[in-house]
Design a binder for this molecule. Sequence first.
Ligand SMILES: *Cc1c(COP(=O)(O)O)cnc(C)c1O
Length: 368
Amino acid sequence: MKEIPFLRPLVVLKEAYQGYLAEIDATRMYSNNGPLNKRLEERILQEYFGNMGADVTVNNATTGLVLSIAQMKRPGKYALMPSFTFAATPLSALWCGLEPYFIDIKPGDWCMDEELLEEALQLLGDDVAVVIPYATFGTELNLSYYESLLHRNIPVVVDAASSFGSTKEQHHLRGFGGAVVYSFHATKSFGIGEGGLIYSGDTDLVRNLRQSSNFGFSEERESNKLGLNGKMSEYTAAIGLATLDVFHEKIANRERVGEWYRKAVGKHKLSEAGWRVQEGISKVAYQFFPILCPPHHENNHYIEKLLNSGIQARTYFSPPCHRQKMFQHHPSTRLTVTEDISRRILSLPVWEDIKLHQIQRIVKCLAE
Ligand SMILES: *Cc1c(COP(=O)(O)O)cnc(C)c1O
């Protein structure tokens, strides 16, 4: 039988962005917030955030996280975050001179547990410099809680790396007053190679971030704050604009694949056998389909089983950050749910033109 790879990213073909490249030839603007970057920012703000707030493109989400944390952090030592996230989250805190402090997640939506977070906030007080929730696999965060932290002067940077394209009625992070960081890496739903975007409902914050992503330059080109080069090239923005032209189709395809998975999981009565899909309210433009194997089973058993049937799967985020050498000595709350979920998590194949029969084959293999 034909092999099923984990991902088959499909960035727009060159024909789709030729016209934009011709504009670069004509303007001879290759970077520095050129016309294509401006248009990409304006269109995203209008089409996905109803023109509320502001946004700035960056060369990748990791840079976006570093810039946002550096801009927003208050004096203090710790960056509170889940351990069930990608290494870029704790790494960006470390680059800002902060120590990651890991908070356990909730068993249903696999996002940071607000009760444990609140306990840590009480315990650590002014030692908390910033809180960095991760909108796990594109699901919806408890935004009103994080808004309330902002009102208590606790900075919040959302790692929304896998969220661009996930919606409620509008984009669910629309209007949020902290920094929201998206990744446009080739493996994400809005994949353009390398790239990212910082959004905020706070336009002053975005103005400052734009400045720090350009060496901290003021209008007089004097460096007056800690900056770096986080700019997106015009060539990347060209691919971004061409992707935006067809993004609604890409979202629909990814949502449909998620529906197929849920149906197949229901048909094979996997939940009765102890399997769990992620809870959440928003519609997710899936990057891959996450699922938990039954308690007391191990994900690696199923990875092997799938592989024997020619199906490639992964285990994001296992090992979780606190199990990785770089982060193993950082403080944390109890991490029992993180431990349980990272032992059970499977990331199943998704790409935009994957076929229904392939999804059925994958789920059948798990059920047998
Ligand atoms: C992909 C990802 C990042 C990093 O994004 P880049 O654009 O590759 O820097 C950060 N956090 C999470 C949770 C991610 O999934």
